[in-house]
Design a binder for this molecule. Structure first.
Ligand code: G3P
Length: 223
């Protein structure tokens, strides 16, 4: 499963990229607004750090302006993926742009038929928003399983990108279902490598090592 970071914050992107396991970046208008920077400049900066797909969302809501906006985003870098909302006009724009070779991420997906239509329109990615479904007492991961089944039934190549991830359990559930990609905030990416038994075990290994070397300083490998 590919791991993307869900942020427009450059420091977080650099730190995640430095881990060596970052495959891409997703942004959305809220995340970009939070940074208070020029959208296109920030996309250029992100694409200098990450060579994998970088999703950039349009803010138009009708076909023609969506397509025009997309055409200002794609020249920024070869790895820009245009993000469009799962609405009728977004679906039409997805078809137009996909036919022209632009990679599309259909976002704000909350039910599997939106994902079926996005795949038929040629989307590169579909983004079900898991955490926001959990927020309204609906098991968000169910939709990921349903989309997986539909895509496998018909051999669609659209990648399932699990979005709105809130904690590491979402990541492990996404991987177990067979999602293609998960995008997570930096905090969740960091949490994945934390385990109290790892910390306790490491402390014990090092303490035992130091004790043995204190008793026998002639041994190689003192810390
Ligand atoms: O970027 C899309 C999605 O991941 C947003 O997540 O936490 O705002 O529901 P959230």
């Amino acid at each position: 499963m590919d791991i993307y970071i869900d942020t427009a914050n450059l420091d977080e992107i650099k730190r995640a990229a430095d881990l060596g396991v970052l495959d891409g970046v997703t942004t959305n208008p809220s995340l970009v607004a939070r940074e208070g920077v020029d959208f296109h400049t920030r996309l250029e900066e992100i694409c200098q750090i990450v060579s994998g797909p970088v999703s950039a969302e349009v803010v138009s809501t009708e076909h023609d302006p969506m397509v025009a906006e997309a055409e200002t985003l794609t020249p920024i870098a070869a790895n820009i993926v245009v993000k469009l909302p799962c609405i009728e006009e977004g679906l039409r724009a997805c078809k137009t742009l996909s036919d022209r070779g632009t990679k599309i991420n259909m976002t704000l997906c909350f039910q599997p038929l939106q994902a079926l239509m996005a795949a038929k329109a040629g989307a590169f990615l579909i983004s079900p928003f898991i955490g926001r479904m959990d927020d309204v007492a609906f098991e968000g991961m169910e939709i990921v399983q349903q989309i997986r089944t539909i895509y496998d039934n018909y051999g669609f190549s659209t990648k399932i990108l699990v979005a709105s991830i809130r904690h590491p359990m979402h990541l492990s559930q996404a991987a177990l279902i067979g999602a293609d990609v998960a995008t997570a905030p930096f905090k969740v990416i960091q949490q994945v490598m934390k385990h109290p038994l790892t910390d306790v075990g490491l402390q014990k290994f090092l303490a035992d090592w130091d004790k043995a070397h204190a008793a026998m300083p002639q041994l190689a490998g003192s810390r």
